[in-house]
Design a protein around this ligand. Sequence first.
Ligand code: ZN
Length: 376
Amino acid sequence: MIYLLKNIECYCPEYVGAKDVLIAGDRIYKMTEPNSHLMEGPAVNSIAGHGLLAFPGMVDGHVHIIGGGGEDGFTSRLPEINRNDVLSAGVTTVVGLLGADNRTKNLNALLAKARALASQGITTFIYTGSYTLPMITMTGDVTDDMVLIDKVIGAGEVAISDHRSSHPDLKDLLELATKTYLGGLISGKAGVVHLHVGDGKSGLRLLTQLLAESDLPIQQFLPTHMNRNQRLFQQAIDYTRAGGNVDLTSGEIDGIPVPDAVQAFIKNDVNLQRVTISSDAGGSSPTGKIGSIKSLYLDVIDSIVQKKLSPELIFPLVTRNAAQRIGLYPRKGTLSEGSDADILITDKNYQIVKVFSMGKLVVDKGEILEEANNAT
Ligand code: ZN
């Protein structure tokens, strides 16, 4: 299918003004000045873009795609996420992972679900492992999982500073990070160690200790839930100053909501290129709160509308930066010639109007299109 988005204001995620955008197959083929008439023809579906804004489809780096285990007995086990919820939230790439429950939920099911979502038009990857060490893996070894299974881009979410963790020590974490790093080198993937940081007293201490005592690059690590309380948030500021990347969780209400957190980062001169936001969708918390994938975009809108942050400033946190963290940029996280045609289109009030995922129109007039409608 070939689509021409005509005269649409583009955030790539940097603002480049109005453009004509030609989508051919699953890629953005051309971006030109508007009304260039170079690309029209009977085979092209033209879409009037005047009054609309185009952003890269969002990359959500932390999604419990098979649902978390729940933390209140078997009846609290959470269901799998579905295609429509992901795409209608403006998310076109997800990284799936296990949470605290690696007993009734497992990596085989996670990989199968990632493949199912991929066949439904969403770009998917997974982390091997889960909360506890020693790591559970599919092949018996973290490095092998990364090298042999295309969808595995790193290890996580490994819990530190949390009562639900296995309380790993420095040696445990270093061994895991080294194996993941090696897997990344061999397979040409990001090799990220994605750390769940809990409410425990020690915060980021174990990670900073590891970085001080090893030669692993700081960018290999991505600690998340950094806005869950004030103490940890302060550590996040210090950690970015040391060159580290941090991830915030959207929909946070007990700690520091994302719009407030981003505003505080700006006040503290934090380099926002080091910051990403993910939803923790399908995950549960000890308070019984369940993460929703919709919260990602809601926090983006609140940052723009309530905190008056420019779209150029907030969107990279859910597009370019998020893609960079997992080694997918510029294939993902940008509107550029040659990039995948994952495009989020909104009206001037940032309400989602259309979504393209891998060149297929999956949301139109704000409504999800069922799979059968875009099978070609
Ligand atoms: Zn977590």
